[in-house]
Design a protein around this ligand. Structure first.
Ligand code: 1CP
Length: 350
């Protein structure tokens, strides 16, 4: 186990200058990597997550290949609700699917509290394995109450989130109870990951951007604030991320994150103007750009770095996850370029 306090990633989380701009990629493990496809085998991803040796290796693969500055635990945002028996699976090529969606107060009984040591011991074993092996920080994560609720209520991935919106508007008391239970589950999961050695946490509210700011503030922000407040005593950076959140960034930041994820639609200059200088920004190359030829990718990486203007409070990332069709060699080049181009104003980081 190494002392990672002065690693490039954790320094940037704290806004401290370092020797390079740290970079990692959301969804850096998984289907874009041939070495992942080689060891993943058939069966549900939940089965892979439940095998600590396999999950450890899958987490390490992109760290080895890309030389990224952080690892992210191989797990999923629905792993805890799956583990407590809600009845949700992850269908290959689709995503999380619940055969019996969440529809009424009776379904709250399917969301008992999470006891991570008993319900997801394999996740904690993976975290411990990783911390023993990694020389970069491990990011633990959970799904935010809203985004997890959207899968439970819709029964699967959705473009409009129509049922979810109907419930939050029409049945505010039921919605509040649902989000409160999911907040407690996220808190228990994140706390256990940190207690077992994760160096930072990320709350994925991927689909929050489907909401207008007023609805977000009334129906989502209280639950996400509860999550961040409950973890504020842990001495780790707290990252908050969603897609299409340009208009929501100040509200999302007010939930208590120390690092804000920014998708590619919002230039880092605008994000900083909206958020001020107290948070670190994480982002924000359009993942689809990585499907283009290298000169285009290079130009766009440089543009993101230029928009950050040398601010030490920046972690380079994509604006959303790696797409399966992206050539890993392009991502290797992105890491090389970010490390080479990023500021070199000293700082004794690892
Ligand atoms: O690097 C990594 O891949 C780390 C592991 C990881 C993470 C961080 C997985 C494994 N899932 C996640 C988070 C996750 N899962 C999010 C938040 C990030 C994001 O917005 O991309 C979300 C929304 C999910 C839900 C989910 N799981 C989807 C999206 C469905 C939709 O609504 O469009 C999908 C396709 C999955 C399955 C899944 N999870 C992870 C992998 C590698 C896969 C692909 C399936 C497989 O390999 O079997």
């Amino acid at each position: 186990m190494s002392d990672l306090t002065s690693s490039a990633f954790l320094r940037a989380c704290r806004g401290e200058p370092g020797s390079r701009v740290p970079v990692w990629f959301m969804r850096q493990a998984g289907r874009s990597l041939p070495e992942y496809r080689a060891i993943r085998g058939e069966g549900s991803i939940n089965e892979a997550i439940a095998k600590p040796d396999l999950a450890t290796e899958i987490t390490l693969q992109p760290v080895r290949r890309y030389g990224v500055d952080a690892a992210i635990l191989f797990s999923d945002i629905v792993t805890p609700v799956h583990a407590i028996g809600f009845g949700i699976d992850i269908k290959p090529g689709v995503g999380p699917v619940a055969e019996k969606p969440f529809a009424s107060a009776a379904d709250l009984d399917r969301l008992r509290p999470l006891d991570p040591d008993v319900d997801t011991p394999y996740v904690l074993e993976t975290v411990r394995n990783l911390v023993a092996e990694l020389d970069v920080p491990l990011i633990g994560f959970a799904g935010a109450p809203f985004t997890v609720a959207s899968y439970l209520v819709e029964g699967g991935p959705s473009k409009t989130h129509a049922r979810t919106k109907q419930m939050l508007h029409d049945e505010p008391a039921l919605w509040h109870n649902l989000l409160d239970r999911l907040a407690d589950i996220a808190i228990a999961s994140l706390r256990s990951q940190v207690e077992n050695g994760a160096s930072a946490i990320q709350l994925f509210d991927s689909w929050a951007g489907t909401l207008d700011p007023t609805t977000y503030e009334r129906s989502v922000l209280p639950a996400s604030t509860k999550v961040f407040e409950a973890l504020a005593d842990l001495d780790v950076p707290r990252i908050h991320f969603g897609v299409n959140t340009g208009e929501l960034l100040p509200l999302m930041a007010s939930a208590g994150a120390t690092v804000m994820g920014v998708d590619w639609r919002t230039p880092l200059t605008s994000a900083r103007a909206r958020l001020g200088d107290t948070v670190t920004l994480q982002g924000n190359l359009d993942p689809a750009v990585c499907l283009a030829s290298w000169p285009v990718v290079e130009r766009e990486v440089r543009r993101v770095l230029a928009e950050n203007a040398g601010n030490p409070a920046h972690i380079f990332n994509l604006g959303h996850g790696v797409m399966p069709a992206i050539d890993p060699e392009i991502l290797e080049q992105v890491v090389e370029l970010v490390h080479a181009e990023g500021r070199a104003d000293g700082g004794p980081d690892a």
